[in-house]
Unconditional design. Structure first.
Length: 152
């Protein structure tokens, strides 16, 4: 059952920042974890907060997170869920939000960008190689176009 719950405001530990969430990314891994499809590799203890990527404004920093200060706009992957008012982000997975990027757009980047980066690295291209990318788009859009039940 999905419900709203009152939880304590997280406290950043060493190398973490506490972010007031402005936007959270939504990914297929969320429903897979909620429904138990990933129980063998990513068990969930309920109640749980989901959401692996967010953007927002730094509220507080833990020890060793001196790169960021309260008031900084950031985005990144969460420690324990981002579908909340506040989320903890580890320093190594947090980046400054560019001024020209909306909070909503920034929240969609961490998982998609990491997936794309991993895919390119797995190609094992030698230095100086050329990679032709003929098109990009949202994964859900690609799935809809490629679904057997819909025309191509």
């Amino acid at each position: 059952m999905e419900t709203f719950a009152k939880v304590e405001r997280p406290v950043p530990g060493p190398g973490q920042v506490l972010v007031a969430v402005r936007a959270a990314g939504v990914n297929p891994v969320g429903w897979k974890r909620r429904s138990g499809h990933l129980a063998q590799i990513a068990p969930v203890d309920f109640p749980a907060v989901f959401g692996g990527e967010v953007s927002g404004v730094v509220e507080e920093v833990g020890d060793g997170a001196g790169e960021f200060a309260p008031g900084d706009a950031v985005f990144g992957n969460t420690v324990a869920g981002g579908y909340a008012e506040y989320a903890l982000l580890p320093l190594e997975l947090t980046a400054p939000k560019p001024a020209g990027l909306s909070f909503a757009d920034a929240a969609t980047l961490p998982i998609a960008a990491a997936t794309a980066y991993d895919g390119v690295r797995q190609l094992g291209l030698p230095p100086g190689a050329t990679l032709l990318i003929t098109g990009v788009g949202r994964a859900s859009g690609w799935r809809r176009r490629r679904s057997p039940s819909t025309p191509a």
